[in-house]
Design a protein around this ligand. Structure first.
Ligand code: TRP
Ligand code: ZN
Ligand code: CA
Length: 437
């Protein structure tokens, strides 16, 4: 049975909101230009360094470290979460248990983007117990945090979905990131376009290392540094020694950046990058891994590279819309339990037949879609059914249908036909759009 209360006004308001989101455009036969991709913003080094100062203060107030199972770790999680909550992220703290102690991952989703194409950036937030872990891995944690905050400041609307992660207990064997990927259903894993890992990106005697994994991610980072005139090398100081390995193990494309740990910089690398022929990070896993253990230039460049990669990898649509678009946005009211009505779209200037993938964007406001039969009628009268009284009491049909119309001549008067077949609820055709590739 139908809903008895007419809710047309509410439904119309909801649909207007959708239309503003870009569902309806202007009528016309001109091919559309691909919209320009937004450029990543510069990440302010001062903001990244402030996060490091805050993480240092958390360690200092909690026995000098931010290690798994210690109070400094949970305080670090709460600190990052509060920053993200304040700017509109959807955050989740994920608990796991390791060696009888509770561990935490923080997951933050930026609302919007294609949920079937997820680009994720992450960093481990835990330190070893011997120190504050400011380069390892306050640096990656702060860089990823500031990139996430830059997404919010820019009001960025990527075409892919952006997610961020801060991992617990990396130092005990990638424990948190393994837990995260293991609890993801296979279908969720398949939605990842890529995972970007940042573990140690401000080493005091830095090198510029790019992970040699997914070629697209790798090229994105290499191109960025090439643009700065900074040479890079492939990361070789222990592949699989950070959280990207957890993602790679389940088939997710990965990449990342690294400025070096305990390995010694060669003289050739000193020639290339400056610094000294000593360890990239002489305080690696030591008590001197404090805010003094950071090279600002490396931290700045790598933080900018995080933003560049996020924007580049999430912004591009696979195929920019280049088709010819025809539409009718006039409202046509659909009489309750009455005759069929139509909205006509005149197609001109398209040679030959319609495609096998004719895109039909249907926009119908109605308070009970289960009443409706909706068809596309070709110029010669052939009927293609799009919707046949399914969906029950749901409001509105706002959907793109793909019709195999290859046996139809493209040019002519196409019609969207709608009929309401049960009494009580009513509505109207708000718009119909045909896209020829
Ligand atoms: N994750 C390691 C640690 O925290 C550091 C490390 C060593 C590393 N080799 C690496 C990180 C290579 C990334 C890539 O101890
Ligand atoms: Zn680390
Ligand atoms: Ca009805």
């Amino acid at each position: 049975m139908n809903l008895s209360v007419p809710r047309r006004a509410v439904a119309a308001a909801a649909l207007t909101a959708l239309a503003l989101g870009g569902l309806t455009g202007t009528a016309g036969a001109e091919p559309r230009a691909a919209s320009a991709l937004a450029a990543a913003p510069d990440i302010p080094l001062a903001n990244v360094k402030q996060h490091l100062t805050d993480l240092q203060a958390i360690a200092t107030a909690n026995g000098g470290n931010r290690a798994h199972g210690r109070p400094g770790y949970k305080a670090s999680i709460d600190f990052v979460k509060a920053k993200l909550d304040a700017v509109g992220y959807t955050t989740t703290i994920q608990q796991f248990s390791y060696n009888g102690t509770t561990g935490y991952n923080l997951i933050a989703d930026w609302p919007g983007g294609d949920p079937n194409q997820v680009v994720m950036a992450g960093a481990h937030l835990d330190s070893v117990s011997s120190g504050a872990g400011i380069n390892d891995n306050g640096s990656g944690s702060a860089g990823v945090l500031e990139a996430a905050l830059a997404v919010a400041r820019a009001g960025y609307q990527p075409s892919k979905h952006l997610r961020f992660g801060w991992w617990g207990a990396e130092e005990l064997g990638l424990v948190g990131s393994k837990y995260y990927v293991n609890q993801l259903p296979t279908t969720e894993r398949s939605k990842f376009a890529g995972y970007l890992n940042f573990d140690m990106i401000g080493s005091p005697n830095p090198g510029y290392f790019v992970y040699d994994d997914d070629p697209v991610i790798e090229k994105t980072f290499k191109d960025y540094f090439a643009g700065l005139g900074v040479p890079t090398e492939i990361e070789t100081e222990g592949d699989g020694r950070s959280d990207h390995a957890s993602f790679k193990n389940v088939g997710i494309p990965v990449g990342g950046l690294f400025t070096g740990a305990s390995r010694v910089k060669t003289s050739a690398q000193v020639t290339k990058w400056g610094g000294t022929a000593t360890a990239f990070d002489r305080c690696y896993h030591s008590s001197c891994d404090t805010t003094s253990n950071i090279n600002d230039t490396a931290l700045d460049r790598n933080s900018d590279a995080i933003a560049h990669a996020l924007w580049t990898l999430s912004g591009a649509t696979t195929e920019p819309p280049t088709g010819k678009v025809f539409e009718n946005t006039a409202d046509v009211s659909i009489p309750d339990n009455g005759v069929a009505v139509t909205s006509t779209v005149n197609v001109t200037g398209v040679a030959g037949n319609a495609p096998s993938t004719l895109k039909v964007d249907v926009n119908i406001v109605h308070t009970y879609v289960g009443d409706l039969v909706v068809d596309l009628v070709a110029p010669d009268g052939t009927v293609y059914n799009l919707h046949n009284r399914t969906g029950g009491s749901a409001d509105n049909i706002v959907q793109t249908y793909t019709v195999n119309a290859s046996s139809e001549v493209a040019n002519g008067a196409w019609k969207l036909r709608a009929q309401d077949r049960a009494s009580a609820d009513t509505g109207y055709i708000s718009g119909v759009k045909l896209t020829f590739p």
